[in-house]
Design a protein around this ligand. Structure first.
Ligand code: ATP
Ligand code: F1X
Length: 311
């Protein structure tokens, strides 16, 4: 059974590398890369590198979809995107030598209720061929958080696994649909519980608070501090090695892809988390996502320390 990733608001990422960004002045970049991206598309790309054949859906602008089509062809990804008139947004990622990244994300194409219904019909026609749905990223203008909630609720009602990686209103509404897994970072978790979070016990309390609302897996990503996974069988903590950071963009998506593949392949939490973390570590050492070198990925896997903190 296949995996479907849903990117309601994809983007062409324009990644610009420079030594140091000075706001308010002319900055000379060292290089620029423009690539088809967006959270669910990044997830699908990593899944494809792991040997899966995902389908991708959501909304894409008809006028600049060539880079997306090329990427889907290259990775053997099935394209089930609904096309909208106009251009998919361009998001700018400024990556400094220190590893700091500044994101400038545009709002995205306006989606009407008619177009939303077209998407629902498209997904309906695919429903029999996927068991797992990854919903990732922001909502474009015109899509209401309650629509996302309703969609997740419907897929859960049909017995599908739903993994949700979103933030703000989309995450708050999305969790009401009771996805199987959410992957907030620490700021997103703090936003969900409505208070700031310090490491340690507070993080555990907050994650458990969300889990009690009916979410089986709450996976909290903590940047260079690794990952905390609260699941029905316990709490796992992964620590990641220090690496030279090129761009952190897509690190969270790579983690989600690894977790999703782990579920579908029936891996233990320990194995799934180790590989998912290795994928995310590899992501920060490059522009974009994916398995650049299998040997290097194996090296990261070995360097990751996973412990079960609670049973
Ligand atoms: N500096 C780093 N060094 C090593 N690993 C990192 C670093 N930053 C992130 N990672 C890995 O990537 C995972 C996801 O990163 P993070 O917690 O920043 O997610 P995120 O906020 O969703 O990221 P993004 O939205 O940029 O994709 C981390 O849990 C960790 O495994
Ligand atoms: O606006 P969203 O959907 O929250 O985030 C979009 C985005 O920042 O997420 C990906 C990295 O995770 C990028 O490829 C893309 O530009």
């Amino acid at each position: 059974m296949s995996i479907l990733t849903l990117t309601l608001n994809p983007a062409l990422d324009l990644t610009v590398t420079l030594d140091q960004l000075t706001a308010g002045s002319v900055n000379l970049a060292k290089a620029g890369y423009l690539g088809a991206a967006g959270k669910g598309i990044n997830v699908a790309r990593v899944l494809s590198d792991l040997g899966h054949t995902p389908t991708v859906s959501g909304f894409l602008g008809l006028d600049n979809d060539a880079a997306f089509r090329a990427l889907f062809n290259q990775y053997g990804i099935d394209d089930a995107f609904v096309r909208l008139a106009g251009d998919t947004r361009v998001n700018v990622k400024v990556s400094e030598a220190s590893g700091r990244v500044t994101d400038i994300n545009l709002p995205g194409l306006q989606v009407s209720d008619t177009e939303w219904n077209r998407l629902l019909a498209r997904l309906e026609s695919l429903a029999g061929s996927f068991e797992t749905l990854v919903v990732a990223g922001s909502l474009p203008p015109g899509v209401r958080p309650q629509q996302l909630e309703g969609m997740i609720e419907m897929w859960r009602g049909r017995g599908k696994q739903v993994l949700l990686d979103a933030s703000g209103g989309a995450l708050r509404a999305g969790i009401k649909g009771l996805p199987s897994l959410i992957k907030p970072n620490i700021d997103e978790l703090a936003d969900l519980v409505g208070r700031p979070i310090s490491e340690g016990m507070d993080l555990v309390t907050c994650a458990r608070e969300i889990q009690k609302q009916g979410i089986d897996h709450v996976v909290v990503s903590a940047g260079e501090d690794g990952v905390h996974w609260f699941g029905p069988n316990g709490y796992w903590r992964a620590r990641v090695p220090q690496v030279k950071v090129i761009s952190t963009v897509g690190a969270g998506d790579s983690l989600v892809a690894g977790l999703c593949a782990g579920f579908v392949e029936g891996l233990s939490e320990e194995k799934a988390l180790r590989r998912a973390c290795a994928l995310s570590v590899m992501a920060v050492t490059q522009v974009g996502v994916g398995i650049r070198n299998q040997k290097e990925l194996n090296g990261y896997e070995q360097a990751i320390v996973v412990e079960q903190v609670e049973a």
